[in-house]
Design a protein around this ligand. Structure first.
Ligand SMILES: [Zn+2]
Ligand SMILES: [Zn+2]
Length: 433
């Protein structure tokens, strides 16, 4: 019998749920995998004392690379979902740039079945927008959807031609699938890092911000014209954020930005360390600050990590030779809580909204502690300090840009469908008569 079949009473947590407006010390009773009751003085046969902890709707990460199939040495569904759970995430969307690419119904179907067996959290599968991510022939989106695909994306690459992208949006719209876009113009993005002061000082070739901004503008214009449901992922410049804001009421568009673009800058280029290579690249301080304001002001809808594990031999290289990408799941909340909330740039309520409620709405489940909602919750100790190190990481890889950083905010428990899938509550469980 799993906890999902039984009852679990979480007692005396500080419940914070922007979706329902709950904010205060209360008890939450879970039953049959759903939220059964929220109130004071509740009693149950199986209780978890959460005195001193915060309880949020489970975090949702719409941008995860679990490297399966093909690079299970870097991450697989077991390790990726364990890392997600360790970061408080109860749901993710898996990107399709694997080997083979998730561009045929049989691959989607196989992944959906594996996720059901192997994932600790709710994992949705993104299929490719184009066969082989090649930006030429569209995938059979209706069949991919029937096989269980949640959205379509060529993430990892921008789309070479506006005409091709427009056709993709029209087809995705008719198939009823959201289009998840990595906006990058490869004729402009010819460098390794952001083309700015840090790149010049380090003597490393840079890509201009326009590589992202021009592609974002094109995507938004096409979204407005086609009526497709479009999500722009990893917005990393203040101008791209402003463009999203301009199109908010003109297109069916949403956008996310990443914890690393909200907390780190191009200054890390001076280390010459390939660990810090990522795409889109870390930007100057004015972009980092602008993204924080855009997230605060609801111009950007939510946070997604772009969790991108890489083997150490792909990262322990000079910047020019290293693979781009960072781990994201396990440090997302703590990095944002430490930098933005404790730095007085974002309220805790808005952070929870951008990690739980808004991405939960985008995937169509979770993100709320309303009675009857799935019992997907994250239990957090806001006062816990920890230093990110290889031994603290659950992911099979260790390419975190926060290695060595001390962060404040620890995930104590992650509950999916009423079941503790990440549990640091220790001996706090106690059966009551
Ligand atoms: Zn991308
Ligand atoms: Zn990605």
């Amino acid at each position: 019998m799993t906890l999902g079949d039984r009852e679990l009473l979480i007692r005396q947590a500080h419940v914070l749920d922007p979706a329902t407006g709950l904010d205060g010390i209360m008890d939450v009773r879970l039953s049959s995998g759903c939220i059964a009751e929220v109130g004071e003085g509740l009693r149950g046969p199986r209780e978890l004392d959460a005195d001193g902890l915060h309880l949020f709707p489970g975090f949702v990460d719409v941008h995860a690379h679990w490297r399966t199939p093909g690079r299970e040495d870097e991450e697989d569904i077991e390790s990726g979902s364990a890392a997600a759970a360790a970061g408080g995430f109860t749901g993710v969307v898996m990107m399709p740039n694997t080997d083979p690419v998730v561009d045929r119904p049989v691959v989607v179907d196989g992944l959906v079945r594996r996720v059901e067996r192997e994932s600790r959290v709710r994992a949705r599968v993104s299929a490719a927008l184009h066969l082989g991510l090649a930006g030429e022939r569209l995938t059979e989106m209706r069949l991919l959807k029937q096989a269980g695909a949640f959205c379509v994306s060529d993430d990892g690459l921008g789309t070479a031609s506006a005409g091709v992208l427009r056709n993709g949006m029209l087809y995705a719209r008719s198939a009823g699938l959201p289009v998840f876009l990595h906006c990058e113009d490869h004729t402009l993005a010819t460098g390794v890092v952001h083309d700015g002061v840090a790149a010049s000082l380090a003597g490393i070739p840079g890509s201009p911000a326009s590589a992202e901004d021009a592609a974002t503008a094109t995507a938004l214009v096409l979204a407005a014209e086609t009526g497709a449901r479009v999500h722009i992922t990893h917005v990393s410049t203040a101008l791209s954020a402003a463009l999203v804001g301009f199109f908010r009421d003109r297109a069916d568009v949403t956008a996310d930005t990443t914890p690393h673009h909200l907390t780190l800058t191009e200054d890390l280029v001076s280390t010459l360390d390939g660990l810090y290579r990522v795409n889109p690249p870390l930007r100057p301080e004015h972009d980092r600050a602008g993204l924080g304001l855009a997230l605060r002001d609801r111009v950007i809808d939510f946070v997604a990590t772009d969790h991108a594990p890489h083997a150490s031999e792909e990262k322990e290289l000079p910047m020019e030779e290293a693979a781009p990408g960072f781990l994201g799941h396990e440090t997302a909340f703590a990095a944002l809580h430490t930098d933005l909330v404790l730095g007085d740039r974002l309220s805790l309520t808005r952070l929870v909204e951008t990690m739980s409620c808004a991405p939960g709405r985008w995937v169509g489940s979770g993100g709320s502690l309303a009675v009857g909602a799935p019992a997907d919750l994250t239990l957090v100790d806001l006062s816990e300090e920890w230093t990110v190190g290889r031994p603290t990481l659950v992911s099979r890889s260790s390419n975190s840009p926060y290695l060595g950083s001390t962060l404040k905010g620890g995930i104590v428990g992650t509950i999916v469908g009423g079941e503790l899938v990440h549990d640091r509550t220790g001996a706090k469980f106690g059966a009551r008569a």
